[in-house]
Design a protein. Structure first.
Length: 96
């Protein structure tokens, strides 16, 4: 089985992008939950610390995989459109 090295590299990048998004959004959820708990308990020190650290980490981690995810989707769309042009048909709508 012969695989396209570009598609293989794109698949690996997509895997890491998905993992980074899951980590980033989990940190964002952690920040929300700990902020809510801190607000209920009178803003105890350790809850505030966890909230701030999780929020800062999410803000550092999330932008890169979000942008790379858009790039991967655009590359896939471009590949589909190019394949449709070569086949002589109109590009297939993706619903986005």
């Amino acid at each position: 089985m012969v695989t396209d090295p570009v598609l293989e590299k794109r698949r690996r990048i997509a895997h890491w992008v998905g993992l980074a998004k899951r980590i980033g959004y989990t940190l964002l959820l952690l920040a929300i939950v700990t902020f809510t708990a801190a607000a209920i308990t009178g803003f105890t020190g350790w809850l505030v610390t966890v909230t701030v650290v999780a929020l800062i980490a999410a803000c550092i981690i999330l932008p890169v995989p979000i942008v790379l995810g858009y790039g991967l989707r655009a590359a896939d769309r471009e590949d589909r459109e190019e394949a449709a042009r070569r086949a002589g048909g109109p590009p297939r709508a993706t619903g986005q």
